[in-house]
Structures are given as C-alpha cells and as structure tokens.
Design a protein around this ligand. Structure first.
Ligand code: FAD
Ligand code: UDP
Length: 370
C-alpha cells in the first residue's frame, strides 16, 4: 500500500514526492506516461553527446531564496544570465527592448532620458490595460509592438495579442537603460549537471518508487494507494466533462551542426519571419565544450502535448468549473502548470508544490495519520 500515488514526475510531482518521503516518511509511487522523469524540464545528451533540452530551453531564475536553497540540496549551479536577441528588420537587436535596441534599429544615439521621452511620444493612452496588446502599445507605441510582439504572439499562440490576457506580454519588460538580460531576478543559474540529474537526486530515496511509461489510467485501480497528487491536465482528470481546456503545443526540431557555434546568444527570436518562433543554442546555457553545436527550433501548434495554458478570460472560467470539481474531490491534490492551468515558471511551480506540502501538513498531521 502506497501512501501517495503521484501522477507526473515534473517539478510539481517530484518536489512533493521528495517532501512526503523525506519529511513524513511516507511511501510514494511516482508515475509518468513519458519514458523519463523531469517533465518539461527534462534534458539529455543527444546522439552526438551534446546536452539538450528535449522540450525547449529551460532557464532557471527566481527571486525566492527559499526556492533556490531548496533546489540547491539536489544540484550545484552554473552562473548564467540569459540574453536574447530578436531578428527585426534584418538586424539582431536585444529583447527586452532597451536603449541599444532603439538606437540600433533607428540609427539613433539617444540617452536613457531621451529614450523615455521617445517612448512617451509614441506610447498610446490605454484607459485600462487588459490585453497583451494594451501592455505593449501603452509602453512603447504601435510600431515597436508590431515589430517585436504582434507577429511573434500570433505565431506562438495562434491568437492576436488583443485576444490574450495582459499577463502574457507583461512577462517581457521594457527598459530605458542598457541592461540586456532577459530576466531581472536575483538568482539566475543553470543546474551544473543538468535538470535530469537534479531530478534523479531529488527522487533518490528508499520511500520513492518511480514508474515511467505508465499512465494514471493504467494503474489507478490496480496499485493500492491512499491519496493522489495529480499534476496532469485537470480537464483530462475529469474526462473533459465540461469540454476541453485549450492548451498551446509546440513541435521541436532538434539539430546538430558540424561547427562549434551558430549564433551569438542562447536564444534568437523571430518575430517577423519564419514559421518557428525561436532558435536555441544549448552550449551557451550549459557551458559544454564540444566541437559541434546543438540547436532547437520551436514550431507552435494547436495539436500535440499540452505545454502552455492559454491565458484568456473564457478559458479561466472553464478552468474554474474544473477547479470546483477538484476542490470537491477528496484525497486528490491538484498541483502544477497543467492541473492548476497557470502559465507558471519552474520556480513558481516549486513554490506551489512547497506550499501544497505545507497545506498537506495542516490537513493531515503526521500523528493523526499514523
Ligand atoms: P510538467 O513538467 O508538464 O510535468 C507534468 C508531467 O505529468 C508530465 O511529464 C506528463 O507526462 C505527466 N502526466 C500528465 N498526465 C499524466 C497521466 N495521466 N499519467 C501519467 N503521467 C502524466 N520555466 C522556467 O522557469 N524557465 C524557462 O526558461 C522555461 N522555459 C519553458 C519553455 C517551454 C517550451 C515550456 C513548454 C515551458 C517552459 N517553462 C520554463 C515552464 C516549465 O516547463 C514549467 O513551469 C514546469 O516544467 C512545470 O512543471 P509541472 O510539474 O507542473 O509540469
Ligand atoms: N513575446 C513576443 N516577442 C518576443 C518575446 C516574447 O511577442 O520577442 C511575447 C509572446 O506572446 C510570448 C510572451 O511574450 O509568448 C512571453 O514571452 P516568454 O519569452 O516569457 O515566453 P516563454 O519562454 O514562456 O515561451
């Protein structure tokens, strides 16, 4: 008899497995329908010996010391600050848009102060910032919005930014200085030996059993267990009874080139051209030395594995219906990006899992449970 059956071995499931096994001494079976642990953060050495991220580039960043310290028990880190360039009007320029972006694109020599006025002269007054279009046109005006955001977003989401919640493009700031880092967080690192190694260490505990290539449906009635942590899509858990929750998918094209480097930074975005949104070159992220280099092209699609919940009001309403069912389902805890339908980064998922562990402690004190 397992105390917990955990569905999904990504960040949400693995953090909870580790906490329940080591802090509460409970017996855990963690399963994943894929043939590996790590969820979307899974990385592996490809056939050429290059470390790649199977599901696209994953860069760890957080402002939470607690989350950073927790993960530090399972990995050493490599200092890495993420930088991204966008190919716009045939030039490679920094994104987030900053002083150098505007100066290069328009052949100007503005100072930070002058750029503030330059933006102000172009920004559109938006009474209430509601959509992903509002966020950008109210900050930098329509022209830069068109160049950097409209096409990329339409490709990535199959929707116009005016149809998406403001939270989507709000992820990317606008700067008037020369800071060209993609993230502003206090802690920005990559796991020194990769994500998968970190997950292996997290799950390496005598109370934890792992089964990959195992679907919840296959084991739910066979494996005796007392409680469930479910980190898959919430609509699937409930048999899609209110209809399908939309998720955006991606197709990844992984290639190796017979040359040491391909592009100047880890990620180049293509907001104006091509069917793919971005190209990632992993050696910038991993620090690996190798005579060849590995790239991934990301092609957004409506079909395929669910990667992104789509933030817009009607989807949130549909999710709320499922959430009400979830709250009324005893002994099942719904955690993670797919089960809570939130466009969360890795650190936020770790935070959510640690918070869930605390709530489990309140609901099920260890003594009463014995
Ligand atoms: P997942 O990692 O999706 O894990 C859920 C697991 O459950 C999956 O492995 C799935 O196979 C399994 N599962 C589902 N249903 C079942 C079932 N019925 N039976 C068995 N198993 C099941 N975050 C960052 O912080 N930085 C980044 O740079 C970053 N880049 C990203 C790039 C891309 C392309 C994507 C898609 C996401 C990115 N993220 C990034 C977000 C990050 O991937 C997530 O925050 C995190 O992986 C979510 O963890 P999770 O455990 O909630 O879900
Ligand atoms: N975005 C854009 N152009 C860019 C970068 C981002 O339009 O060059 C928009 C796009 O809608 C994207 C969102 O901002 O989905 C969030 O970007 P982020 O890089 O955080 O996306 P993720 O890495 O999560 O796919």
């Amino acid at each position: 008899m397992y105390d917990w059956l955990i569905v999904g071995a990504g960040f949400a499931g693995s953090v909870l497995a580790e906490r329940l096994a080591s802090e509460r001494n409970e017996r855990v079976l963690i399963i994943d329908r894929r043939n590996h642990i790590g969820g979307n953060a899974y990385d592996r050495y490809n056939e050429d010996g290059l470390l790649i991220h199977q599901y696209g580039p994953h860069i760890f960043h957080t402002n939470s010391k607690q989350i950073f310290d927790y993960l530090s028990r399972f990995t050493e880190w490599r200092f890495y600050e993420h930088r991204v360039l966008a190919e716009v009007d045939g030039m490679l320029v920094p994104i987030p848009i900053n002083l150098d972006t505007v100066n290069k694109l328009y052949g100007l020599n503005l100072t930070s102060e002058e750029l503030q006025s330059w933006f102000a002269a172009r920004a559109e007054a938006v009474p209430e910032i509601r959509t992903s279009e509002d966020v950008v046109v109210s900050a930098v005006g329509r022209e830069l919005y068109e160049k950097f955001f409209r096409g990329y977003t339409r490709k990535q989401w199959g929707l116009d930014p005016s149809e998406l919640d403001k939270s989507v493009t709000s992820r990317v700031p606008t700067r008037t200085n020369r800071d060209d880092r993609y993230f502003g967080d206090e802690f920005q690192f990559m796991p020194k030996h990769g994500y998968t190694r970190m997950f292996e260490r997290m799950l390496d505990h005598p109370n934890i059993h792992i089964m990959t290539q195992t679907d919840y449906e296959d084991v739910r009635d066979i494996v005796p267990h007392r409680r469930v942590i479910y980190t898959g899509p919430i609509d699937e858990y409930f048999g899609f009874r209110f209809g399908k929750l939309p998720y955006r998918s991606l197709r990844f094209r992984h290639v190796t080139l017979e040359q040491p480097w391909y592009q100047p930074v880890a990620v180049v975005n293509y907001p104006q051209t091509n069917e793919y949104t971005r190209i990632t070159e992993y050696k910038h992220l991993t620090g690996q030395e190798h005579a060849r280099t590995a790239l991934t092209y990301e092609y957004p699609s409506a079909e395929g594995d669910p990667y992104y919940p789509i933030p817009k009001p009607e989807n949130q309403e549909l999710f709320k219906k499922y959430e009400r069912l979830a709250l009324a389902t005893p002994d099942v805890w719904f955690v993670g990006r797919l089960a809570t339908y939130r466009y969360y980064n890795m650190d936020q998922i770790v935070g959510q899992a640690l918070a869930t562990f605390r709530r489990i402690g309140e609901a099920l004190p260890v003594e009463a449970d014995a």
